[in-house]
Design a protein around this ligand. Structure first.
Ligand code: NOJ
Length: 762
């Protein structure tokens, strides 16, 4: 009898002794049952089998890291049969997953099922916008739903665990992985992390269409020095506690099942071997009961950091610090058994790691049915389901940010216009899919050209103008696309001359952002800026549609181009979403989740900066905090985005229910009016500033937001509560405190708020 059959019987016996009416205790009892089942398993597992659970192998279908030197030499099937593998990554599709699961379950001694992990980052086959874009929707329901769709498709394809969401806060647009996160703000980032986890894991992890989520990369990866990938990180205790940690802590509170290490070192200690991060904070302070997976090869990379002398030492350091599973270092399986037998590692550490891994397997229901994710019929029905296309179109529209709309150039008229569409990205079916889309087929996005062709009333002419630039089109290949060829400029200029409106789609190719795609230049890549300026010489009626995976520096465009739309990389339905916004069938309401700089020299730039001792030029001299060659303010601030409607904020009112610092409660109310003739939506944002504190606080901190729908001319009252959870901060010991003193409250439609009021806590 295999162990899962044995465990089911054990479960039934235990359940039959439960009082069926005692609902409150059912969860606790279920948890106790799982822990007892894990106890029973641990008792019969050999040390080799235990370490096996902590070992993950790559199926090598999708290359998501440097191919390890030892990787191909390992006898993976033999290890599966011996029960020396707890998880596989980059194996996908029911047929393939069933094949490896079958070996683990039917051929190994204990038949413990495998976790099948995969980077389901913004969809599986049907793609949502890249995560940064989606975050611009500030629409938590839409974001949750997008993760839900991803989970439904991935789970139908055999996957039971995603390496998402990435919850790294970053203030550095040079870093390519900003495309994968929720931007620069810890409050917004925490809410989005929770929405995504809820979407992936659903209400019940044992449902067949839910998958375990991963909060990554713990921690501070988004602060890699100079935006360079995998680089050193030095952050203060204050930034760590108040900016980096909150989305991770929120993820634990949402019941996320796993954490992934970061590649970086943090203040001198690699994250993978970092006791403070993994033991003190994650497992003790936050009481996280899931498990920690290393990042790809990050255990072994502690040697390259100059932290571990050799692989054996790296394995010991990582497991002691609290990294429970080894992805692609191949060293837990090689050294841990020996280290335990030699008494260099306490077996209790191994037991704890294995318990955490098994717990997730139980919660997923894999012991009840190891093949629950391997249903060919469900796979055929769910992958690319038309409902999923509707859902990703919905979130794609919501992710678009209108950056500029002079003289209401947008929306475009639907009839009788000559529209010239320019830019290689306009007809591109691949780039809009963005980075991190391993299971999606190439060239499956609706292009902007195709989306606009659905509007038949205008004369639409397409000219490429120029290719994009040098790009990496896949994880391994680097392809020269164009960095100098202007031979098609003239044809585009000729066409543009007589156009009523020129729509230019410019930006980055899909793989110009993402892992290992750091840039030192944030302008439009290649010859696109020149193309834009050349076209502008013959026709000023330009709508610039941006496709990009990071904030860009668009100072020239902002000065000259009358209408600008930030359309990021919106996934499978990109072209339809963009066309609906261009033609006014959808009124945009997106707001930037990251500050857009004027030039790269301002980076890192973010709205929640600290004031400095010399914030303004008060004495008419040079000695204040500024640049001499560019304004200090960003080009577009965090939280900014326009609509075809206009809004007016008024009547900000604070009602202090309690002004006691140990238990504060302030009600904030305001009115918002749609002052236009167009129905629309607005993200109402609430910020605070703690004016004087024992640790210097930022000039503004987001503490609430609400997406409000308003009919033309309509006014609505909006209210927020400020309490202990929003008025405090972490001191440098990591303790959360609320201090007496004065606070400011700001409300508005961006971090450049329009209204403010003050209150004081006693
Ligand atoms: C490396 C990336 O940093 C991580 O985010 C990803 O999940 C793994 N590779 C697996 O592909």
């Amino acid at each position: 009898m295999k162990i899962h059959t044995f465990l089911i019987i054990l479960l039934l016996i235990t359940l039959s002794s439960c009082k069926l009416v005692d609902y409150d205790s059912v969860k606790v009892e279920n948890e106790t049952i799982v822990e007892k089942q894990i106890d029973s398993l641990l008792e019969i597992m050999t040390i080799e089998e235990k370490v096996g659970q902590m070992n993950q192998y790559n199926g090598f279908w999708d290359v998501t890291g440097p191919t390890p030197k030892v990787g191909n030499a390992v006898k993976k099937y033999e290890h599966l049969r011996k029960g020396w593998v707890g998880s596989m990554l980059n194996v996908r599709g029911v047929k393939e997953v069933r094949a490896v699961q079958k070996i683990a379950v039917e051929e190994s001694r204990l038949g413990i099922p495998l976790l099948i992990g995969f980077d389901v980052i913004h969809g599986y086959k049907t793609l949502s916008p890249i995560p940064l874009a989606e975050s611009a929707s500030w629409d938590l329901e839409a974001i949750k739903n997008s993760a839900r769709i991803a989970a439904i498709e991935a789970s139908a394809s055999g996957i039971n665990w995603t390496f998402a969401p990435m919850v790294d806060i970053s203030r550095d647009a040079r870093w390519g992985r900003v495309m994968e996160g929720a931007g620069e703000d810890p409050y917004l980032g925490s809410k989005i992390a929770q929405a995504r986890i809820k979407g992936f894991q659903g209400d019940n992890l044992s449902d067949v269409n839910t998958i375990a989520a991963t909060a990554k990369h713990f921690a501070a990866y988004g602060f890699s020095e100079s935006g360079k990938e995998y680089n050193t990180v030095e952050v203060s205790a204050s930034t760590l506690n108040n900016v980096v940690f909150p989305p991770f802590e929120a993820a634990v509170k949402s019941g996320v099942k796993s954490f992934m290490n970061a590649f970086n070192e943090l203040n001198g200690v690699p994250a993978t071997g970092n006791n403070f991060l993994l033991r003190d904070v994650l497992k003790e302070k936050w009481r996280f009961d899931g498990f920690v997976i290393s990042d790809w090869g990050s255990i072994s990379e502690m040697k390259d950091w100059g932290y571990a002398e050799n692989d054996k030492e790296a394995a010991k350091m990582a497991v002691t610090a609290g990294s429970d599973m080894d992805m692609e270092s191949y060293i837990y399986i090689k050294y841990l058994v020996h280290l335990v037998k030699n008494k260099e590692i306490d077996e209790a550490i191994i037991d704890d790691a294995v318990r955490r891994i098994l717990r997730v397997k139980f919660e997923l229901g894999l012991f009840d049915d190891p093949y629950k994710y391997c249903d060919d019929k469900r796979e055929a029905e769910m992958i690319g389901n038309s409902k999923h296309h509707e859902a990703v179109l919905d979130v794609a529209k919501k992710s678009i940010v209108l950056l500029k709309n002079e003289n209401n150039l947008l929306p475009l008229k639907k009839n009788g216009q000559k529209i010239v569409l320019i830019g290689a990205l306009a007809s591109d079916n691949n780039s809009p899919l963005g980075s991190w889309r391993l299971a999606a087929d190439d060239n499956t996005a609706v292009s902007v050209l195709q989306g606009m062709q659905n509007y038949k009333g205008n004369d639409l002419i397409f000219k490429k103008g120029a290719d994009v630039s040098i790009g990496k089109t896949a994880f391994t290949k680097e392809v020269v696309i164009n960095n100098s060829d202007k031979s098609e400029f003239n044809e585009a200029k000729e066409a543009a001359k007589s156009a009523d409106v020129v729509v230019m789609v410019l930006g980055e190719v899909g793989f110009q952002s993402g892992e290992s795609r750091s840039r030192t230049n944030l302008q439009l890549p290649g010859v696109q800026q020149e193309l834009l300026e050349e076209i502008y010489k013959v026709n000023k009626n330009i709508v610039l549609v941006l496709n990009n995976g990071r904030p860009l520096a668009l100072t020239w465009a902002d000065k000259h181009i009358p209408a600008i739309i930030e359309a990021w990389q919106l996934g499978t339905q990109t072209g339809n979403a963009v066309a609906q916004v261009l033609y006014g069938d959808y009124n945009p309401s997106g707001k930037l989740p990251m500050t857009f700089p004027r030039n790269v020299g301002q980076v890192p730039i973010y709205y929640n900066y600290k004031n400095t001792g010399r914030p303004v030029n008060s004495n008419n001299n040079v000695f204040y905090s500024h640049y001499i060659d560019v304004e200090s303010s960003p080009l577009y601030p965090f939280g900014y985005g326009l609509s075809y409607s206009t809004f007016q904020y008024s009547n900000l009112y604070l009602k202090p229910v309690s002004l006691m610092a140990d238990n504060p409660k302030i009600e904030v109310t305001l009115n918002i009016k749609n002052t236009s003739n167009t129905d629309g939506k607005e993200v109402v944002q609430l910020y605070i500033r703690d004016l004087f504190a024992s640790v210097v606080r930022p000039v503004k901190e987001l503490k609430g937001f609400e997406l409000i729908e308003l009919k033309a001319g309509e006014t609505k009252a909006v209210s927020f509560i400020l309490d202990k959870s929003t008025l405090g901060f972490y001191n440098n010991n990591g303790d959360y405190i609320v201090e007496p003193g004065k606070f400011k409250v700001f409300v508005g439609g961006s971090s450049n708020t329009s209204l403010e009021k003050e209150f004081e806590l006693n």
